[in-house]
Write a protein that binds this ligand. Sequence first.
Ligand SMILES: [Cu+2]
Length: 638
Amino acid sequence: MATNLRTLLPLLLLAFLSLSALCTISQAKEDPQLRECRRECSQKPRQQREQCEERCWEKHQQRGREQERERERELVDNPKGEAEKRYGQCREQCEETQHGEAQHKQCVEHCQQRYEQEIRERGQEQGRERGQGKEVDPQERVRQCRKECREEHGERQGRQQCEQRCEEREQRRERGGGRDDLILNPRREEQEEEEEEREERGGENPYVFKQEDFKHKLETEHGNIRVLKNFAKQSKLLLGIANYRLAVVELNPRTFLLPNHWDADDVCYVVKGRGTVTVLKKEEKESHEIRQGDIMKVDAGSVVYVINSDSREKLIIVKLINPVSTPGKFEAFFGAGGENPESFYRAFSDEVLEAAFNTQRDKIERIFGKQRRGPIVRASEEQIRAMTRRSSEGGHLWPFGEGGRYGESKGTFNLLNKRPTFSNQHGELYEADSNDWRQLGDLDVKVSLANITSGSMLAPFYNSRATKIAVVVQGQGRVEIICPHLAKESETRTRRSRERYEEEEEDELNRPGQQGQRYRTIRANLSPGTVFVVPAGHPNVEIASRDENLQIMCFETRAEKNQRIFLAGRNNLLRKMEREAKELAFDTSARKVDELFDSQREEAFVPGPESRRSQHGSGGRGHGREFIESVVEAVAGM
Ligand SMILES: [Cu+2]
């Protein structure tokens, strides 16, 4: 369905654009304002006439654009109207071209189907846009409105009043209930967030997130930055990581992400591709070549710009974000820019800017009025080459930087260049914490990458203190997370509905029949882009499908004193209990307990259920080595 939509939308847009182009042309013939304007021009002296007519034409086009936008809005607000129009046209065509009765009937049916599909898809698209907060319209509209103000009003006062009106108009629109005013109206955003909260999935599966749980923070044809929904909004059970956010930055080949700063610290992991990141803080400038496996830390307030220097591959970076001023919320600030991305300079009053830069308004306009291409732009090969060259001259080019033999430089650390903590034919685990790279200590975060060989699994384990935020990078598989909280929640719910009159805050542990612990198993399929969270203490297991290796990258919070506790395999914790404890705990002979806990000879990565079934525990298909080799090759190829 999603692909259908993607192919259909450009077509719709095209149809719409050509329709509006037609309209513009027909207006050119009929627009009385244009006719009147030109008539006035004809009375002017010959030298002025040409300029005058040009102005008429510009104004006429501006009106056309406005009408176009109006129609676009209508299309959004009233998809049915547009679709109905097309349905009518389609039927007319049937009348004209189809002759036989059966043929005609078929044609009309086809029109009908197309109409219904369009309504459905358009509705879904709107739902999706609302869900993702992909609300670019109002901002764009204000921007455009303010631009027109500047063009129309030379003198400052009139221009500022006009710009004021742009904002007011948007606010009115919002009061009128227009759906596309999210960005301009924080109150509305709150409402949406409340709605989100009401839809809290806490009841069923609060730990797994899909693609649709990401919202685009910015999006252009050359790439995007998308942010996962607030963990605390997803479920109260995730309040422990409420001040972290997860984001994905995706840049198309040969593009440039404009300089910006965030009110948040973050740790970046390069999932794919290569490029250059430049960080400006105070009077320093650092440039770093980045490539797959690199970890970087960006301090709040540093101005950062990024180049994807590759000509074919996307650059994909996953970020763990730690907002510094408002818990769980952060924003991007663009200084360099113009209209799009809007430079924050422009938001200062004119007289302040004139004083600050010690120059005239028009000079300031000339700089901050230019950029309209959006926050991610194409860069030429020469521009990329020049910036990349300079970054390597900066001295931090990995692996020749200041760091040791693991290619550590001041600015980045490559995870894949480190020896894996665990490695066997069923997979390997690469991890880095503050011991490997001091900067990870600031956020108390560990970064890791598990490569689970097809058909294998990462043995069940839990983290003692860390909450794991995992992103599936490659492959397919599944996860199981064991959660007592959810078991309790659903029990409480059923009990409440059964015994509504009883006191709700009754001590659960003292109720007969409620004693002891119960668990709920969260099961989810994994594919690239899936995010899942495993809170501290929760046993979990990740299993690769039989066809492909499963690669999962993780951020783990509260990393410093965290321990990974394996629940099966050679390094399994329970094996360490003494004989008596085993017998008391399991109520059977220690020999039988040992038999069970000793029969898995592998450590950390073990054969998964499917491969066990077919091969009786004799191992997976052994892509683990290949993966290491491919990493080594990639590193050697630098
Ligand atoms: Cu739980």
